[in-house]
Design a protein around this ligand. Structure first.
Ligand SMILES: O=C(O)CCC(=O)C(=O)O
Length: 295
């Protein structure tokens, strides 16, 4: 949780505290008794209130509690003019035996490498390893994965399975290898123009469980502050399938944050459909990438 979200939560819970009830038995305290005997204590009428601290309205805003999605099912996570955002979570999409076999094969046989990305003109190494299979190149964070049609048979069979089960025509897959809990992917949306409008992303997880987080993009008047936006966490375990669809990439960002306790390796396969980019869409993508925060 960000520092600001944490602070606002604490302040929020303070603000909700009810005033303490006064004791029912009216036995004056010793000092009060002395004053009464001296005839000096003026009791306040009920209308005459003492000082009451008013918290500024800004601090009384509710922070929505983080929602946990950990059961298989279909979830409508928001509905906006841009459309409905939906998640579909399926545990044991691959049996443990299939997932074990797939994990070990892909870990040892895929051509993993560390990619260099660019943010505000600065180069940085991605904190994970990746590889890409697809008929078309894929560009994000100002760096391009070349087209690669040499699909391993295991990935082709997963792609066919997704087609059979969900009629999804996915022509590419970005493979991520998180070597330990220190590897991560920062907040971003998969909203490159080459993915088209309302892209469907089918993500299969293998290996150790990691928490996939989503946060709703703030309204323009929030000036990029996510403090009060809905947050969701989805633990993704070995063999799980998560499908993001509808307006999810328009209205939400997602990440897999670093973890500071031991985590074993995890592979994530995000199947997508890449379209040939017309010139107009490329310009739109450039503008969007200025705010794209993928690490
Ligand atoms: O590892 C994951 O579950 C997420 C990967 C991801 O966000 C991406 O490839 O865009």
């Amino acid at each position: 949780m960000s520092d600001k979200r944490q602070r606002a939560r604490v302040q929020g819970s303070w603000a909700q505290q009810k005033p303490r009830a006064k004791p029912q038995t009216a036995v004056p305290a010793q000092s009060e008794q002395r004053a009464l005997w001296a005839g000096g204590l003026q009791r306040k009428s009920p209308e005459e209130k003492g000082f009451e601290f008013q918290r500024p309205a800004q601090l009384l805003r509710e922070i929505p509690p983080e929602r946990l999605i950990d059961s298989s099912g279909d979830y409508e996570i928001s509905s906006e003019p841009s459309g409905v955002s939906r998640l579909c979570l399926i545990h044991n999409f691959l049996s443990t035996e299939e997932a074990d076999w797939m994990f070990s094969k892909l870990l040892h046989e895929l051509p993993w490498s560390q990619k260099t990305n660019y943010r505000l003109g600065e180069a940085y190494e991605e904190p994970r390893l990746t590889c890409w299979f697809g008929d078309l190149p894929y560009t994000y964070s100002h760096s391009t994965m070349n087209a690669n049609t040499q699909w391993p048979s295991e990935l082709l069979s997963l792609r066919s399975l997704l087609h059979q089960r969900f009629s999804l025509d996915l022509n590419s897959v970005l493979c991520n290898l998180y070597r330990s809990g220190h590897d991560s992917i920062g907040w971003h949306s998969d909203d490159e123009a080459s993915l088209g409008e309302h892209p469907t992303i089918a993500s299969i997880s293998l290996g150790d469980t990691r928490v996939f987080s989503l946060r709703k993009k703030p309204a323009p008047e929030e000036h990029g502050d996510f403090t009060y936006c809905p947050h969701i966490k989805v633990p993704l375990s070995h063999g799980t399938l998560l499908i993001m669809e509808g307006a999810t990439q328009d209205d939400w960002q997602h990440q897999v944050a670093k973890e500071y306790h031991d985590r074993g390796p995890r592979i994530n396969l995000t199947f997508r459909t890449i379209h040939q980019e017309p010139e107009g869409l490329r310009a739109a993508a450039k503008t969007r990438n200025l705010t794209h925060n993928l690490s």
